[in-house]
Design a protein around this ligand. Sequence first.
Ligand code: HEC
Ligand code: HEC
Ligand code: HEC
Ligand code: HEC
Ligand code: HEC
Ligand code: HEC
Ligand code: HEC
Ligand code: HEC
Ligand code: HEC
Length: 334
Amino acid sequence: MNEKPKTSTVLLAAVVCVLPLLAACAAIKQDRPLLPVREYERMIVGRLDAEYVGTDNCVSKCHQHEKITDDFKHSVHGEQIKPETGLPLVNCESCHGPGSLAVENISDDVAQNDEKKVKCDTSKFLDIKNLPTPAQSLICLKCHSAASTPSLALWNASIHALNDVGCFDCHKLHKGPRQKVSREEMAEMCYGCHPEIRAENSLFSHHPLREKKMACVDCHEPHGSTQSHLLKGNTVKELCTRCHMDKQGPFAFEHGDVTDNCANCHTPHGSVNNNLLNAAMPFLCLQCHAGHVVGSDVIANGTPLFNNRCTDCHSQIHGSDVPTDTVKKGVFLK
Ligand code: HEC
Ligand code: HEC
Ligand code: HEC
Ligand code: HEC
Ligand code: HEC
Ligand code: HEC
Ligand code: HEC
Ligand code: HEC
Ligand code: HEC
């Protein structure tokens, strides 16, 4: 009974949603075989004949990267100091590779460099934007091991990593000092690749994502999770009842085992039905129950009157501790 009702409808909807997405992904994704990790490690070493010169040397010769440098200094990365040495822990070169060759032909005369619009020779850095995605991510994972960033423990097995999505796709490090994804901009960022969720969230009944009172990461762990659909928590019920605690139970009178998965009746992002329901009443209930008449619900010519607004009477649909005095145990009426 824990299966989702109307599997065929759900499947059809999934196919309709996924097909255009797959088509879109095929366009941006190249077919690249996965290589052993050491191959990617080699790609991010940088030029072996170059030396590390440090951020100050890197940027003092020209002012071209002023905004980038300024933002960086005010970012969490720029503020990290090695306790033993008092030196910066994260340099431009931590991600871009050693820089001596890139700046070797630039004179120390900053004013003149500015006038001539001299630029460092970026071809001597790592070609950071064009590396294969796993190599790009490895640049970050050098420091962000599972030990230092626990949320990344499941990264390599995550549906994002396996589908050629990398750290830079979500973290735009030079857009400003913020290295995290802001809660305000998160939904827009995710919709870039998941446009169907925007459409769902624009429906009448919805979680307040578009009002920016919630963010995708309230329910999803984009770096990987043990649940399907990158969900947080161990079960759907555990996830939902972190916020909807009154539905947690256990109740003296449970609704069978259907509330173990809230998605049996609810859809998370948005629905045309009230209360984020998968289907309108009474069809939601009629997927699993037969309709019925109660007592003398008979209209004039003898036709039974079907009780279609099920929750008018069965209002404790999520389970209840209160038995009813009119009905046998287990039927949750108010
Ligand atoms: C934590 C990693 C990291 C650090 C540290 C870092 N960068 Fe970058 N940088 C990136 C990534 C990733 C890209 C390419 C993707 C992007 O633009 O978001 C990039 C791109 C760039 C670009 C190219 C931008 C463009 O649009 O072509 C420049 C220039 C640059 N970085 C300069 C710097 C300078 C200067 C510093 C030090 C003050 C620095 N970076 C420090 C990761 C880093
Ligand atoms: C040289 C080591 C190093 C590299 C390389 C590095 N980081 Fe970091 N990063 C750190 C440290 C140290 C912190 C601060 C402590 C922490 O939050 O773990 C940090 C913090 C962060 C944060 C949290 C910022 C905040 O506001 O709390 C994000 C996001 C981040 N890094 C993303 C990245 C991405 C994406 C890359 C790859 C492009 C990357 N880092 C590469 C060392 C590094
Ligand atoms: C699908 C988008 C996405 C990808 C891909 C992604 N991140 Fe994140 N990352 C996020 C979001 C969203 C947050 C949460 C921001 C927040 O909590 O404000 C986050 C948070 C973080 C943080 C802050 C600490 C934490 O655990 O919340 C770090 C560090 C980080 N990411 C590093 C990385 C690294 C390294 C990679 C690549 C291996 C990566 N991220 C890939 C979206 C992504
Ligand atoms: C209230 C919790 C919640 C929030 C907030 C939420 N999701 Fe989900 N999401 C879920 C659940 C639960 C599922 C699994 C649905 C299922 O089992 O049918 C899911 C599934 C998905 C899927 C898989 C495809 C699908 O429709 O089943 C994608 C993609 C997704 N969410 C993206 C997002 C994005 C992007 C955001 C932010 C704009 C977001 N979600 C916000 C709970 C949430
Ligand atoms: C660069 C594109 C990209 C970005 C940005 C992105 N995703 Fe994804 N996401 C994918 C791809 C590709 C998959 C693989 C499955 C697919 O095609 O839907 C995926 C899968 C997922 C799934 C699992 C879908 C399933 O059917 O189980 C969830 C949930 C999800 N992403 C949530 C998010 C959230 C939340 C964000 C923003 C924090 C985000 N994604 C940002 C590309 C992206
Ligand atoms: C991070 C907290 C949070 C999580 C997790 C969460 N919700 Fe919600 N939920 C909310 C908020 C906030 C509202 C809006 C309440 C309001 O508007 O008064 C809401 C509203 C709802 C509604 C009523 C919608 C309507 O149209 O009135 C339903 C049903 C619901 N959530 C079910 C779920 C289910 C099922 C899950 C698990 C997949 C879940 N929620 C996970 C915070 C959460
Ligand atoms: C058997 C179907 C069913 C299941 C399973 C179910 N719900 Fe509901 N839920 C409903 C119905 C029907 C309503 C509307 C109630 C009404 O019309 O009085 C509702 C309403 C809600 C509401 C909004 C109104 C309120 O009472 O706050 C929330 C929040 C909610 N459910 C959360 C959950 C959570 C969390 C779970 C999983 C633990 C869950 N539901 C499982 C059928 C279900
Ligand atoms: C996914 C299937 C499913 C859906 C949808 C569902 N139920 Fe149930 N319901 C069950 C199961 C399973 C039981 C427990 C089986 C039993 O005891 O006969 C149950 C038990 C009940 C009972 C108590 C029966 C008894 O004899 O104790 C009532 C009343 C009930 N459901 C009403 C509803 C209403 C009203 C709805 C719609 C809002 C609904 N159900 C939706 C599966 C479902
Ligand atoms: C007018 C109030 C009312 C409405 C509306 C109503 N019911 Fe009932 N329902 C009852 C009463 C009273 C009982 C107990 C009858 C009994 O035990 O003989 C009951 C019993 C049940 C039972 C348990 C039957 C059993 O054999 O133990 C289920 C399941 C059920 N209703 C489902 C539904 C569904 C589905 C709907 C909507 C299509 C619905 N009910 C609408 C009042 C109502």
